[in-house]
Design a protein around this ligand. Structure first.
Ligand code: PLP
Length: 367
């Protein structure tokens, strides 16, 4: 029985998410499991978000506001843009899917770095379009090579900044050097899922660019720095005309009541966000200093995770850590064999991780 399944779906690979804590506990029969595999926020979320969630429990029988009015009102005031420039979805994952549905046809190309967030590729394939993947240059996006690969079939060009899984960032200056080479008909996606963590003052100001370039779409999420991954809330910012098309396709109730109200509270709690950013920077520095001590190469990161070179087989390192309750993302799953990606955890978790990493490498190399 083939259920008339479309060829594009048959050919799709399943997304391999970071292993959930409960699954590892079940499989290994251990109580303490630490997940440093999905770039979640070790500090949790704002207290104000928790309070608002409790207040909403009596309203679960009602559909949420399909327009996310309150969130859009809050964000548009904060960023000095119009409400109609904002679209919301169940995580930026959902927005990526909608964007591909709106823009891509069979035969079209969508252009992306070879190693980046895998949903750009899977959603391109789902639409019957062709992903064109440009190798990284020394673990950074090769912006020049990306624009050189544009053809008259290119409909979308994806820029993940900082890039997942490398954490590397391209600068405003680097981007300004290439942006005018991108035809106005090609959609430029600026995926800023980790933008809140950036401490460099050379980060491109994509909102400013959007004023000049009508083909830019900025994607952001509450899953990372705001600590609301489970609630599923992401937003995009683009010109009103494009947002109008996206709103025609997205599920009417893609974002739920808890997500919408939590996002509003999270946006208001600037103090929590500042704490998250400062903590992340401090711990990112700690981890890199440890990697240096261990003489391990790493990619300089502007995000809440680090890519580190474990000088050889990463599967056995992953396994060693897993057996001791530490879930990380091995490089072989990210097309970077020999590396691993670790999300920044609590202070205690980061210290324990470094200790285990040293032991794991020593054990592997002693065999
Ligand atoms: C670069 C990037 N974009 C988008 C997403 C999707 O995030 P969410 O759907 O939780 O908003 C992720 C998640 O890991 C990501 O790394």
């Amino acid at each position: 029985m083939n259920y008339n399944v479309r060829d594009e779906v048959k050919g799709m690979a399943k997304y391999v998410a970071g292993k959930p804590i409960a699954e590892v506990k079940r499989e290994l029969g251990i109580d303490k499991v630490v997940k440093l595999a999905s770039n979640e926020n070790p500090l949790g979320c704002s207290k104000k978000v928790k309070e608002v969630i409790m207040e909403l429990l009596g309203e679960v029988n009602m559909y949420p506001d399909a327009t996310s009015y309150e969130f859009k009102e809050c964000l548009s005031t904060k960023l000095n843009i119009t409400r109609d420039m904002i679209f919301c979805g169940a995580g930026s994952d959902s927005l990526i899917n909608v964007l591909c549905t709106v823009v891509l046809d069979k035969g079209d190309e969508s252009l992306m770095p070879e190693i980046t967030f895998p949903r750009y590729e899977s959603n391109t394939l789902l639409m019957g379009a062709t992903p064109v993947k440009i190798p990284l240059k020394n673990n950074y996006l090769d912006l020049e090579a990306m624009v050189d690969a544009i053809t008259d079939k290119t409909k979308i060009i994806w820029f993940c900044n900082p890039n997942n899984p490398t954490g590397s960032m391209f600068t405003a200056k680097e981007f300004n050097n290439i942006i005018d080479k991108i035809p106005r008909e090609v959609l430029i996606v600026m995926d800023e899922a980790y933008g809140e963590y950036v401490t460099s003052d050379e980060y491109p100001d994509s909102l400013e660019l959007l004023k000049k370039y009508r083909n830019i779409i900025i994607l952001r999420t509450f899953s990372k720095a705001y600590g609301l991954a489970s609630l599923r809330f992401g937003y995009g910012i683009a010109r009103e005309e494009l947002v109008d098309y996206l709103n025609r396709v997205i599920n009417a109730f893609d974002t739920n009541l808890f997500a919408q109200k939590s996002a509003v509270e999270a946006l208001k709690d600037e103090e929590f966000l500042a704490q998250v950013k400062a903590f992340n920077e401090e711990e990112r520095d700690y981890l890199t200093s440890q990697f240096e001590k261990m003489k391990l190469e790493y990619v300089p990161s502007q995000a809440n995770f680090l890519m580190v070179n474990v000088r050889g087989d990463d599967k056995s390192i992953h396994e060693y850590l897993l057996q001791r309750g530490y879930i990380i993302r091995p490089g072989f799953l990210l097309d970077m064999p020999g590396w691993l990606r670790v999300s920044i955890g609590t202070k205690e978790e980061n210290r324990e991780f470094c200790k285990l990493l040293g032991e794991a490498i020593e054990e592997r190399d002693s065999k």
